[in-house]
Design a protein around this ligand. Sequence first.
Ligand code: 6XA
Ligand code: ZN
Length: 342
Amino acid sequence: MKTFYSPLHVEHAPKEEFEAGRLSPAVEVPERAERVRRRIEERKLGPILAPQEFGDEPILRVHEPAFIQFMGGAYDQWRRRYPQDTADAIPSAWPGRGMRPQHGDIESALGSYAFDTATPITRGTWSGARAAANVALSAAQGVAEGEHAAFALTRPPGHHAAADVFGGYCYLNNVAIAAQWLSDRGMRPAILDVDYHHGNGTQSIFYGRNDVLFVSIHADPSFAFPHFLGFANERGEGAGEDFNLNLPLERHADWAVYSKALATAGNRIREFSPDVLLVSLGLDTFEADPISHFRLKAENYLRMGEVIARLRKPTLFAFEGGYNLDALAEITVNVLEGFAIR
Ligand code: 6XA
Ligand code: ZN
């Protein structure tokens, strides 16, 4: 299996996030993807390739032009506002109900576009996010040209980012951009999101459509981030009705619980009969993940890969969450190997 990877992600290195009432060290760090890349080399999964540059066009098929323009200049705007400081950009005010979103200055724009305080914009954020989108698009191109599978080692992740919203460590929705690019080339994509957190951004991008299926297995938003989307009764709207399937699980779901949901997801995907499958591959379902509560074990990720392989579709895996640095590389490659062996 080919892996697509760009070193530009390393320059996206948030120092801190605001969480649980305090500034704490960032968990979405460059070492995550670096460890995975090294393990792919060690376990000889296949070649690691640089992405091609796809330009703005495929990004603008998913994201609002004004949002992209804001993102491109946000860090410079922030630095001009706080020239004596070195802190990354984090919003501190939001347009609450009855107020009006504004984009004229950096504080109002941050509050209008962001949905949390855990997603700082740093000097290297935009180039890293752009590179991640190119990584996903390059993997999509590989699959479109006949590869049975490809791994997009995307960092920063993407599944929380909506058309004009960033948050949950995500700025551009890598999987949505790749799915749209494939759809624009006549393919029928299904997206399976196995991250611990609901992929609210991906859901919202395709919510009104029946030509892209979105299925997500995640911690119930009644107790887990992103809190405001991901409930079982969100089934799509208009033409998209019944083309969105949320499978929220209990706090301590283990493989017995998880694998049942995965089978349900698989049945829906088979029924949809996609030309291509995109997997939002979050690894924060692991039993020792520092920010999550599911109880999957390392060997379960081999099974996950096998179950996905049994769908027998050209498959693009895109990296999302997962924060246990000691286990992350092993469990990521377990999924990919489980898929490849099958
Ligand atoms: C911020 C938690 C962000 C979760 C990010 C993630 N309070 N998403 O892993 O998949
Ligand atoms: Zn996650």
